[in-house]
Design a protein around this ligand. Structure first.
Ligand SMILES: C[S@@+](CC[C@H](N)C(=O)[O-])C[C@H]1O[C@@H](n2cnc3c(N)ncnc32)[C@H](O)[C@@H]1O
Length: 226
């Protein structure tokens, strides 16, 4: 039976790579751990969610794929219930960047026990980048996924020191452009268009110098690196 996994979650699965035990926070349908277990990328997983409805759906799907012995559902607000569990990778996908930051902040010690975190914020990505750098986490990789004509940013994170030169770097996410390909080029063009529109709406470079700086930096990346 084919697992209905999306491009976005497939990319998260690639970034998770091989793991012994995965904790998937906000598992909803549970397809990410199911896909990884089916592909042999993980030995076991905890599929965690705050709400009973998603946990029930995940449990039904886990049973349908005959993975009950390898994936356990856990009712947990963020990382809260994981204090007694052993795991090596945490994934938090499909939530706002601010909520992901709050979930990690509430249980920093538990998050810090993971060898790797794979995060996929739906919004407020600069807030998440800044939070991570201020709380002893290093983004080692950022990637894009394109699904239904929408770009999604995914990041691999581990304990470490992140040095940002400038507040502007939280917005730009330079790691996204380290391995330029067609997807990054399209994303960059879209970001340039988006910030140009914001600049116009705010009355131009004199009225919104910070937007102008972001735009100039994005154009520099486009000219120099891609
Ligand atoms: C939009 S779904 C994302 C599902 C899946 N991770 C994905 O990316 O497709 C968000 C899920 O996160 C759960 N959620 C929201 N806040 C949470 C929290 N504090 N702790 C655990 N789960 C949470 C919701 O119940 C929902 O099932």
């Amino acid at each position: 039976m084919r697992i209905p996994i999306t491009e976005r979650l497939k990319t998260a699965a690639e970034m998770i790579g091989q793991a012994t035990v995965l904790c998937d926070i906000g598992c909803d349908h549970g397809y990410l751990p199911i896909y990884l277990a089916e592909k042999g990328q993980i030995q076991r997983a905890y599929a965690c969610d705050l709400r009973d409805g998603p946990l029930k759906t995940a449990a039904n799907n886990i049973t349908a794929y005959h993975l009950k012995d390898r994936i356990q559902t856990v009712k947990s607000d963020g990382l809260h219930e994981l204090s007694e569990f052993s795991f090596d990778v945490i994934s938090i996908c499909g939530m706002g960047g601010r909520l992901i930051a709050e979930i990690i902040e509430r249980d920093l010690d538990i998050a810090g026990r993971a060898k790797k975190l794979v995060l996929q914020p739906m919004s407020e990505i600069p807030v998440l980048r800044k939070f991570l750098s201020e709380n002893g986490f290093l983004i080692t990789e950022e990637r894009l996924a394109l699904e239904d004509r929408r770009f999604y940013v995914l990041m691999t994170v581990e304990k470490g020191e992140e040095i940002y030169r400038d507040e502007l770097d939280y917005v730009i996410g330079r790691r996204l452009f380290m391995h330029p390909d067609a997807l990054t080029r399209d994303y960059l063009s879209k970001e340039i268009r988006r910030f140009s529109e914001i600049l116009t709406a705010r009355g131009g470079r004199d009225k919104a110098p910070e937007i102008d700086r972001i735009l100039e930096e994005l154009k520099k990346i486009e000219e120099n690196r891609i």
